[in-house]
Ligand binder design. Sequence first.
Ligand SMILES: Cc1ncc(COP(=O)(O)O)c(C=O)c1O
Ligand SMILES: N[C@@H](CCOP(=O)(O)O)C(=O)O
Length: 433
Amino acid sequence: MHFYSTRNSDDMVDFSTALFQGLAPDGGLYIPAEQADLSVIFSRFGNETSFTEIAGEMIFSLLRSTFNRSQSFDIAEKAFPFSPEITELQNNISILELFHGKSCAFKDFGASFLAQSMDTLLKKRERKAVILTATSGDTGSAVAQAFVGKNNIEVVILYPSGRVSPLQEKQLTTLGENIRALEVKGSFDDCQKMVKDAFVDKDITDKITLSSANSINLGRLIPQSFYYVWAYSRIKDHAPETVFTVPSGNFGNLTAGLYAQSWGLPISRFVAATNANDVVPKYLEDGFYNPMASVHTISNAMDVGAPSNYERMFHLFKGKVENFRNKISAYRVDDTTTEDTIKEVYEKEKYIMCPHTAVGYKAARLFQKDNGDQPLMVLSTAHPGKFTEVIEKVISVKPELPEELRKLERREKVSVIIENTSESLKDFLLTTY
Ligand SMILES: Cc1ncc(COP(=O)(O)O)c(C=O)c1O
Ligand SMILES: N[C@@H](CCOP(=O)(O)O)C(=O)O
């Protein structure tokens, strides 16, 4: 498969180039140039097919011009020593738990695949890369875990000061080695803009081989399609067409689902769930897309006012709001409703969900109210233990922390504080590398 930029279809590249460039040189996002049909392969997957097998088959089917069969399965095995799990709740809702990886969030799937495929390709090319990542909490922690100790790779993580949870901050700032954390005096959108500006700054790119570990990088997005396929393989006997509800911020997760659908996965609809940062729900309502400054919420990892992947969706839907509406329904959920949802589900079902998952769960219930009580699969994007402060306040119970998170509590934070300007990032990069 080849890829081109959303802003220039003549700029055709292979997977390796898209992976290491991250963002296209014209500032656009790489998208698949060919229409793959994997429906026959999907139909062979069943309840017994492991996540690694599904991932290996998909890597080989989509990226065979870059990875041969044995490399594809090797990457899948090394990247995914963990798997999603499904928990059934009342009201026809299934929770697709994506937080059983090292950093306890769904970002582990993308970050781990990215690290393994870069490792495989760097061995061939003997290149050194600096990975720039903007995070509102979870991408950075997954990337830090996936890349720590990797040869020939330096990682720089930008996060908004005071706007990530205490545990997320520990995950970003305590690993050391090849991982550096920049604490930005600003919002996630500032961090994301600083990263994007660096990619198109020739002074930087002439000196440093930059790549990205955000969902602007297709290497982050493609593996996020694997778990939609895995989920389908588990439910297809009783639900041949599935509605997926996706807690959304930068819309990488939902875009990955749209790709899975375009490759032949029978998904009947997506429900996009946002917090008060609701530019996409507003766009579906009135047809006007107005990115805005993000506001702080208790589902902090979704505090995005200018979602990167809107550009990919816009391209996929040929810029027509009706095409968006044909595939996606959208709901916004405010903080009070998010807290009420966490409480209600815990009281009724003794299930603790993180605030982001609660936004998704509530949106699924609203969708059922509008469209009948049909089965829905809600993507659960993070372990509730990453947001202990919110959970304890709402249900007076401290979620049990996995060992990975518990050991971080004792570690010392190390970060460099910088202004929210592209010049500060440029200074840092040019003086450090
Ligand atoms: C826990 C959690 N849920 C949801 C999201 C939103 O995902 P996306 O940015 O892919 O829309 C994020 C951040 O990416 C997150 O960390
Ligand atoms: N919510 C994200 C924001 C970055 O999103 P990405 O998918 O583009 O990396 C985070 O947790 O950092």
